[in-house]
Design a protein around this ligand. Structure first.
Ligand code: GDP
Length: 534
């Protein structure tokens, strides 16, 4: 048996069995394929390639699902829940586009661990590295899956070295590949002393697993050709000498990653990885909040919004807020307090994203993700509690790196445009600044592609053709401080001042020199490139 890395022995079993994680990878490494196999082994789908909800009859009983069906949108892919052995897995999807986005960062605030998928032939690629750095900011535990071992791949030590060097994290092998490319026959399961043999003929079949009594067991020779066995012996001996042993605590703290080798498309190594998520997952963790932290085992329910998804239908304005439960046992119909507005909110139609049979959530535990349909009251960063004024922290908003002015093609539609822009600002899709002087808005994004996406969404959802033009500004900083100092600063710099959708003051400029000057001349003010969402 593997020992479970638990730093929270007091957790009720329903919470302790939850594993909430995301997959990070470079495009093409195999994230989609791996997700499908997770669902397959989680019993959520019958055949890989069929990620589809069953039970039409049950589905129609929910208005929400009807709405989803009518509009042909899918929010279900954003979070998927399924059972595996004694565990409940909640897999939260990270957005697919390659521009680093706040969306991705915020998704990673809702999980307790990440599975990093790398391509065995390509190693650590750029997007993997960026996403890894985001995980590191939160010391998230990372489990690594080295995929596509059925094809020509790099030398095992080389792959491990690259991860250690490029990502500065200790790597410990959980399994060891036997053979390479076309000669790849399977893996030696280091954690459990088993031989796992890949079946190339049937891609959905689980690998044959043979218990081995240590590396000297004669059984090995019955299954592994002599030259590969010799190589395995040599490599494992070297690995023992050179690589650290698995230390669950170091994994939990994000200093060490166990690596499994496999082939998602051949369903190989996937179960071992899933067992690993169960063992080292970890269970729902403590959430940082003000004025105190939130422990999952607290009996009172709390949760926070990490994502808002608006609909693609111009006739409706409903949104779904994705809430990560931080504590307690939530039951449908519960009245929660929306801490930002101090208003009660009856959560009567929450949605749980059960991959097998997506439906209304009757209950959810700390660690789960639920969707709450709403009309815009719920914003990213909002906290829901049973009354206590807690505010979950650590969900930042980044200063945009690209700024452009925007105006409606038809000047009479300025009000409409403002409404559309505010919606996207609340969704976290863009920063919207209203300059003190002049008309129009300045929109800020992190990746250039987002301007195009925004323009097409405004046209599609609001029927407004818009034009983005270059802006005289290139940088934005939030400014905070006591009122007198802030007023004085604003009065002296009106040409550079704007307000964001929350009404907070923003300083716009094109010169780093300006920013340095403000910092020097107004020591009582704080200029920041990030702002906590609230
Ligand atoms: P994503 O972009 O990370 O979601 O990657 P996909 O899951 O879409 O996979 C990208 C490509 O790699 C697809 O053509 C897959 O069929 C292929 N692929 C995924 N896993 C494996 C594997 O284990 N071996 C091989 N040879 N190909 C794979």
């Amino acid at each position: 048996m593997l020992d479970i890395a638990s730093n929270r022995p007091a957790l009720p079993p329903e919470i302790a069995r939850r594993r909430t994680f995301a997959i990070i990878s470079h495009p093409d490494a195999g994230k989609t394929t791996l997700t499908e196999k997770f669902l397959l082994f989680g019993g959520a789908i019958q055949m890989a390639g069929q990620v589809r909800a069953k039970g039409e009859a049950r589905r129609t009983r929910s208005d929400f699902m009807q709405m989803e069906k009518d509009r042909g949108i899918s929010v279900s892919a954003s979070a998927m829940s399924f059972d595996y052995k004694t565990f409940r897995f909640n897999l939260v999807d990270t957005p697919g586009h390659s521009d680093f986005s706040e969306d991705t960062y915020r998704t990673l605030t809702a999980v307790d661990a990440a599975v990093m998928v790398i391509d065995g032939a390509k190693g650590v690629e750029s997007q993997t590295q960026k996403l890894f750095e985001v995980c590191r900011l939160r010391d998230l535990p990372i489990l690594t899956f080295c995929n596509k071992m059925d094809r020509e791949s790099r030398d095992t030590f080389e792959i491990i070295d690259e991860i250690q060097e490029m990502l500065a994290i200790d790597v410990t092998p959980a399994s060891w590949p036997i053979g390479q490319g076309r000669d790849f026959i399977g893996c030696y399961d280091i954690l459990r002393d088993r031989l796992e043999l890949m079946d190339r003929a049937d891609r959905n079949k689980v690998a044959e697993s043979i218990e081995i009594n240590g590396l000297d067991d004669p059984k090995l020779a019955q299954h592994v050709p002599a030259h590969l066995l010799e190589q395995l012996h040599e490599e494992l001996e070297m690995a023992r000498a050179l690589l650290p042993e698995l230390d669950p605590q170091a994994v939990l703290e994000g200093h060490m990653t166990p690596i499994w080798f496999g082939s998602a498309i051949n369903s190989f190594g996937v179960k071992e990885l899933m067992d690993g998520i169960g063992s080292y997952g970890p269970e729902p963790q403590i959430q940082s909040a003000e004025p105190r932290k939130i422990s999952p085992e607290e009996t009172k329910v709390s949760g926070f919004v990490f994502k808002v998804q608006a609909n693609m239908d111009p006739k409706h304005r409903d949104r779904v807020a994705f809430v990560r439960m931080a504590s307690g046992h939530f039951k449908r119909g519960m009245k929660l307090t929306h801490v930002r507005t101090k208003k009660p909110m009856a959560v009567s139609n929450p949605v749980l994203f059960l991959a097998s049979d997506r439906e209304l959530a009757d209950e959810a535990w700390a660690g789960d993700i639920i969707g709450i349909p709403n009309h815009g009251q719920l914003r990213i960063g909002d906290t829901l509690t049973e009354g206590e004024a807690l505010r979950v922290t650590g969900i930042p908003s980044f200063a945009p790196e690209l700024l452009q002015g925007v105006r409606a093609g038809d000047p009479m539609k300025a009000k409409h445009l403002e409404k559309a822009l505010m919606q996207f600002a609340e969704e976290g899709a863009a920063k919207v600044f209203k300059p003190m002087i002049g008309s129009g808005f300045i929109v800020g994004v992190v990746g250039a592609l987002q301007f195009e996406v925004l323009a097409s969404r405004i046209e599609l959802e609001y029927g407004l053709p818009v034009r983005f033009d270059g802006s005289q500004f290139t940088s934005a900083r939030w400014v905070a401080g006591d009122k007198a100092a802030l007023d004085k600063f604003i009065n002296a710099n009106k040409q550079h001042i704007a307000h964001d959708h929350d009404g907070d003051t923003v300083y716009l400029t094109r010169l780093q020199w300006d920013i340095d000057r403000v910092i020097r001349d107004y020591p009582e003010l704080k200029l920041t490139a990030t702002k906590e969402m609230m």
